[in-house]
Design a protein around this ligand. Structure first.
Ligand SMILES: [Zn+2]
Length: 1085
């Protein structure tokens, strides 16, 4: 025995330590990982140096020629490719912004690359683009700027011959053409883009796979907690991989990957990684949010759709696990019309179940401002499109990016065949954190939907390790259910999932199965299946009642005033067109209900309600487009109304008072002053389609309304009900002569214009921040004069200087009070507006005390606090209203009506209507120019009641006199009964809002398959009525009609029958609605 032999242990563990071994120093080893796969000083020596096995640039491999489309035209493939192309090459520049350039790309794969495993064309001009085949098939979109720059060469290109493709270059980036890094700055019209890269590249696929391996293992090393063994193992594995790498040695890559498998498992190279393992926590859903307009116009969106969706079809071929949820029927329609070959590819992927139409709406629309009926039509046009083309309706309302969610949406969803709702925008709240991830969201009427807000707090996740992790760590409803959706893919400007996203998710799943700790992510399920899993548990989910108020973007109720005015006007016009066209089509069978025209009008209005259009958050060119769209709507509407009037026996021709009637679609008794001509006014009175007009002067011999200057600069306007004192341009007293009550707070000044500094933290067009309130300044008034003094109406006018450039001509008007009709004070402002980052409002300090104010919303009322007790109350310092806001105490209140505004605030007893903003981004000229705005102060007895509802309708749909035929005159003279085909009697809280023909009526539906051609037609003629309770009380009523109704059914918004309603012999039927119910009825004739 001697030497070391005697120290040998019985097993292989040596007795003597052979060398010192140190512990990994975590921070240094973590930092080392990135330098293994990042550009920079090591890029020629690290993994990046082995990504490509060969690159061919320039001629003869790539021959380039180009044709520049003129101006901002976006020609089709056929139009573009018949032009003469000129030679060009890498390094050349193309522009200006929004122009289009078509490249002919002649590709000859050189011998040196012909036998490489995987060849791609890499094309990067920093712009979006589309790859087209030589015969005009749109193949795949390109993003630029290093993202999605590759197109895989088909095997047929390896034959040594020249092959031609075309690339359509759009001179914009994914987020438009902002001049620098701040995407919301107004676009630079003169940007040029350099073609930086046009190469044939042979890719080392194993190196590429290792790149993703090490990225994700590195994330685990960096992001898992250091008190977990899983973190330490990740760091050790990453370190071993890097140690094993040998530059230039393909074998070492294979070895590195084997080491990586110890952490990510052996199955990450195919979709089979998803076939093992249970206890799924996170369901990955590919998605591509394409704003239908935003920092680019609609015309560009049409191309974004084709680019993004063709990419997805391509990825689906290579990644069978990819499930892609895709919303907005409008975008499908664009694709169908403009890109038939992509449309066919999409349809086949829909059939295969991978491409999943979702959302049930025409566009992803704003929900704060559209009327109830507009929200209905978003669903009607959306669901019909999906059903017509894909044979199924959506079950999930999908609205990840809209700026707040109005209170009746759950009810409307349920009535449109959807019981699920997905959003996540409330994660942007900048005051309070929304407390739930998965919950039941309850409408004003009690209807509920299951709502899920992905805990990764994005709809454009990059499918990072961290996104998967946050899907559990930020989940707020795990008491009830810990699963969630991970909505991933490039978005806002389009794009969708990339191959990198899918590769990363495979590795995340591999980690969950191999080492654990990371929540198990799954691919291959649909959004509907995710909700199917939730549904059995929904009974135990927490609830959220009423609106999902978004604590940000409050400026969007006001920005882009014209758009909002046009929205309101077109909604009122469509209501009138449909109502009267229905009556006309049933009166005269030779008149065809203009369904195609009405569809076109609705589709325009619905498109303009997109969540960056109506809210005012788009660039200037979008509003040039939407102005034209609305112009078309109004022209079509006027044409239709002219035709309808002819059928109904009236005409637009100026008439004398004797042969005038007022045309009416409001379903209650009305009595209003109507202008016949400049000097003649009448009183329209009655109910039904035509109201008789009698001379005003014949009913009132005494002056019914007066104005006088009682002291210097102090004016009193007075009628039988109200006495208005105006001093310094403001209403200093509004005295209700009937109830003997002062309406204005003592010492207060109503109709006082106030201006605020308006510089939000970042999102100019979107946000007004709470601190703007501290900068309130009253605008001083100039001289007031009597501007109108007629027997039926008097006015005083005041000029108000805002600045050297901006001013207001403010008019306060009082009309004669009509017996039985609540009188109001009408205000008009003609604003010349040229401000920078200012907010103009008008305020009304009223002598009413209440801790809650009421605001009209779609099909109902929302109550919001008038105080700042909690941060949740305070967050509502600026809120959305429709035609009125109301502050009432027991037995008395004041409503402020408006014709085109949506922003309001009530603080204490001060009601404040928001008028105009002046943001400079993304539209540098938003709202500059002249505006005409109307509103009214309506004091009323009792609390909020049908008095306000009806006044708000009338204020937005004033009666118009038309010349009547002798027939109509006789009918009206005889009491009008025969001219009133439909009536709703009963509780005054019920509103008969919509009268239209059935969508599928065989005699009205256009033949075009776009608008329902594949859906079954309905025999006979049908009339659809929409009735809602407007005040939050149970309502009973009776519908009476002169039409020959055979049967009546209660139906849903999509006009499916729910139940038959007993019909009495005289064409009457009874209805009963629960509080805030929206009820639809189908009258079968
Ligand atoms: Zn969006």
């Amino acid at each position: 025995m001697g030497g070391g032999r005697g120290l040998r242990s019985k097993n292989s563990y040596p007795v003597l330590a052979s060398r010192p071994v140190g512990q990994i120093i975590s921070k240094i080893y973590k930092d080392r990982i990135r330098s293994f796969y990042s550009p920079g000083q090591y890029e020629k020596h690290n993994l990046l140096a082995m990504m490509y096995e060969g690159i061919a640039s320039g001629e003869p491999a790539i021959k380039l020629s180009v044709w520049d489309a003129p101006g901002q035209e976006r020609p089709t493939f056929q139009e573009a490719t018949k032009n003469e192309f000129r030679n060009t090459g890498v390094g050349h520049s193309f522009g200006p912004s929004w122009s289009t350039h078509w490249f002919r790309v002649a590709i000859t794969v050189p011998e040196s690359l012909r036998h490489k495993e995987h060849l791609e064309l890499h094309w990067d001009a920093d712009t979006e683009g589309m790859v087209w085949s030589q015969d005009g098939q749109a193949l795949q979109g390109l993003t630029g700027g290093g993202e999605r720059i590759e197109w895989i060469l088909p095997a047929s290109f390896r034959d040594g011959r020249e092959h031609v493709i075309y690339i359509e270059m759009a001179c914009n980036r994914m987020f438009g053409n902002s001049p620098g890094g701040d995407i919301i700055q107004p676009p630079d019209p003169n940007k040029y883009f350099t073609l930086k890269k046009a190469d044939i590249v042979a890719v080392n696929l194993e190196a590429r796979a290792l790149y993703i391996d090490i990225w994700i293992i590195g994330d685990a090393a960096r992001e898992f907690p250091e008190d977990s063994w899983e973190q330490h193992k990740a760091l050790k594995t990453a370190s071993d991989v890097i140690d094993s790498f040998k530059l230039g040695d393909k074998e070492s890559i294979a070895k590195c990957r084997r080491i990586a498998q110890e952490y990510i498992g052996p199955n990450v190279d195919s979709h089979k990684v998803y076939s093992a393992g249970k206890d799924i926590k996170v369901y990955g859903i590919g998605h591509c949010h394409i704003d239908s307009c935003w920092l680019w116009p609609w015309a560009e969106t049409k191309r974004k759709v084709a680019r993004s969706w063709s990419n997805q079809c391509d990825l689906m071929d290579r990644y069978p696990e990819l499930n892609f949820a895709c919303s907005q029927a409008q975008q499908y329609q664009w694709l169908k019309q403009l890109y038939p070959n992509v449309w066919d590819r999409v349809k086949s992927k829909v059939r295969a179940g991978q491409f999943q139409p979702i959302g049930g709406s025409w566009v992803e629309h704003d929900t704060n401002m559209p009327s109830g009926e507009s929200l209905v039509r978003q669903f009607v046009y959306g669901q019909r499109f999906f059903e017509n083309h894909f044979g199924q309706r959506s079950q999930t309302f999908w609205l990840p990016d809209t700026f707040g969610y109005s209170a009746q949406l759950p009810q409307l969803c349920r009535l449109a065949g959807m019981n699920r709702f997905l959003t996540q925008k409330l994660s942007w709240n900048n005051i309070n954190k929304f407390p739930h991830t998965t919950f039941n969201w309850v409408a004003l009427d009690g209807s509920q939907v299951i709502c899920h807000m992905p805990p990764s707090e994005t709809y454009t996740a990059e499918a990072h390790f961290g996104d998967v992790r946050r899907s559990v760590s930020q989940h707020k409803s795990m008491d009830q259910d810990a699963t969630s959706l991970l909505v991933f893919g490039k978005g806002d400007g389009g794009g969708g999932p990339t191959w990198q996203h899918l590769e990363k998710l495979r590795r995340c799943r591999g980690i969950a199965d191999q080492v654990g700790l990371l929540p198990r992510v799954h691919m291959g399920n649909t959004v509907d299946e995710f909700f199917d899993f939730l549904e059995p548990k929904a009974g135990g989910f927490v609830t959220w009642y009423g609106e999902l108020y978004f604590e940000l973007h409050r400026g969007t109720y006001t920005t882009q005033a014209n758009n909002k005015l046009y929205n309101r006007k077109s909604e009122a016009m469509l209501r009138e067109v449909e109502w009267l066209a229905t009556a006309a089509s049933l009166k005269d069978s030779s008149y065809k209900y203009p369904k195609a025209d009405i569809d076109a009008m609705w589709e325009s209005v619905l498109l303009c309600q997109f969540h960056d259009c109506l809210p005012g958050s788009s660039v200037e060119m979008v509003y040039d487009d939407s102005d034209k769209e609305y112009e078309k709507v109004f022209q079509t509407g006027e044409r239709l109304l002219k035709d309808i009037r002819k059928v109904l026996g009236v005409s637009d021709l100026r008439a004398s008072l004797q042969n005038s009637v007022a045309i009416n679609t409001l379903p209650w008794h009305r009595k209003e002053l109507v202008n016949i001509s400049n000097d003649e006014v009448g009183v329209a009175c009655g109910e039904g389609q035509f109201l008789a007009i009698r001379p005003f002067k014949m009913v009132e011999e005494q002056p019914a309304v007066t104005v006088e200057e009682v002291r210097k600069g102090v004016f009193v306007l007075q009628n039988d009900q109200l006495r208005v004192e105006v001093e310094g341009g403001c209403v200093t007293s509004l005295y209700d002569r009937v109830t003997k009550r002062e309406v204005i707070e003592k010492g207060g000044k109503a109709n006082q214009y106030v201006i605020f500094d308006d510089k939000p933290l970042y999102w100019q067009a979107w946000d007004v921040e709470v601190y703007h309130l501290e900068t309130r300044q009253e605008l001083p008034c100039g001289e007031t004069t009597i501007s109108e003094k007629k027997p039926h109406r008097v006015s005083v006018a005041t000029k108000i200087q805002i600045s050297d450039a901006s001013s207001i001509k403010s008019t306060i008007t009082l009309s004669a009070a009509l017996k039985g009709v609540q009188s109001w004070v009408e205000c008009h402002a003609e604003v010349e507006w040229h401000e920078k980052m200012k907010f103009l409002k008008v305020e009304f300090p009223v002598d009413v005390r209440s801790t809650e104010a009421s605001y009209e919303t779609a099909f109902g009322i929302v109550k919001r606090p008038t105080h700042y007790n909690t941060s949740w109350d305070m967050a509502k310092f600026e809120v959305c209203c429709h035609r009125f806001a109301d502050l009432s105490e027991h037995n008395y209140g004041v409503s402020i009506l408006n014709d085109s505004k949506y922003g309001f605030a009530t603080t204490g007893n001060v009601m404040r209507l928001s008028l105009l903003r002046a943001p400079k981004a993304p539209d540098a000229h938003a709202d500059m120019g002249t505006h005409h705005i109307r509103w009214a102060i309506l004091p009323h007895q009792q609390s909020l009641s049908h008095t306000t509802i009806r006044a708000a309708f009338a204020f937005n749909q004033p009666l118009r006199a038309v010349a009547s035929s002798p027939d109509v005159s006789r009918l009206v003279a005889a009491g009008g009964g025969g001219a009133n085909p439909i009536k709703l009697l009963g509780d005054p809280n019920l509103v008969l809002d919509t009268v239209k023909r059935g969508e599928d009526d065989e005699d009205v539906r256009p033949g075009d398959e776009d608008v329902g051609g594949n859906l079954p037609k309905r025999k006979g003629r049908n009339v659809i009525l929409r009735i809602y309770d407007s005040l939050g009380g149970r309502g009973r009523g009776t519908v009476k009609t002169t039409w020959a109704v055979r049967a009546v059914f209660k139906c849903n918004l999509l006009e499916d029958d729910l139940e038959e309603i007993p019909l009495r012999g005289d064409g009457e039927f009874d209805i009963e609605l629960r509080p805030f119910e929206v009820a639809s009825y189908r009258l079968a004739l």
